[in-house]
Design a protein around this ligand. Sequence first.
Ligand code: ATR
Length: 268
Amino acid sequence: MDRYAVVGNPVAHSRSPDIHRMFAEQTGESLSYDRILTSVEKFDACVTAFFQSGGLGLNVTLPFKQQAHDLAGELDDAAREAGAVNTLMATPDGLWGGNTDGNGLVRDLTRNHDVALAGLRVLVLGAGGAVHGVIGALLRGGVAEIVIVNRTHDRAVRLARRWSDPRIRAVRSEACVDSFELVINGTSASLRGEVPKIGESVLGSACLCYDMVYASEETAFMTWASSRGARAVDGLGMLVEQAAESFYIWRAVRPRTPPVVQALRALG
Ligand code: ATR
């Protein structure tokens, strides 16, 4: 059977095997999808062994996305921009690396949440790996501007410079007084039940607040936003969409994502 897997540390919590099994069932593709736990020291050898033994594709999760980037001989634009790879594939020319996070976010926003990106003013909270993965796709989606606010301001400045696009700039939290149509929380604050420091004036009318974290319950950021009248959603749709992008890269078949999001919500 065609073999795929997700490699990470920790990896036991990963929903990717459930998602890809549902995709395979739905599309009639015959494949297996496992979890692989490894360490920073063993990552390169582990990936090499997987492909040498006939494995066809890997998803890469924390903390190995940069290492996967360095290991791949060929990269797609998104992986090059982000300096991170979440999808590996064996090709006749060697190891190919892509990053589907940004397209996953954009597809979730545009298809599942009816957001038209063209001309949109976007506030992005955070400047870590999660944010690096999605900026390029938002810019390509045609947004009018991206303002980055991060707890450590210098990191936001460095991130904004990386793209050298006039539509992107870093602003200090206390100086961020404009309002936005889309606010994306790309920090890991939700994992600790915290909300990044930001004034509520950022919430424009009909603002969508998007937490890239997903959880069985509303995140602290979602509660902050919805209690101020904004629409708030979590990142489960992004998780499923980025997986669908990987599936498409590997199998050239595009699965339908809404039933998979629904099934995962039901699982809790
Ligand atoms: P990831 O790869 O998940 O993005 P990361 O690179 O460690 O992980 O980045 C985490 C992001 O969440 C950073 O932007 C971090 O801010 P700092 O750069 O100041 O560390 C942000 N973050 C984490 N906890 C936060 C909190 N409680 N409030 C605000 N921002 C927080």
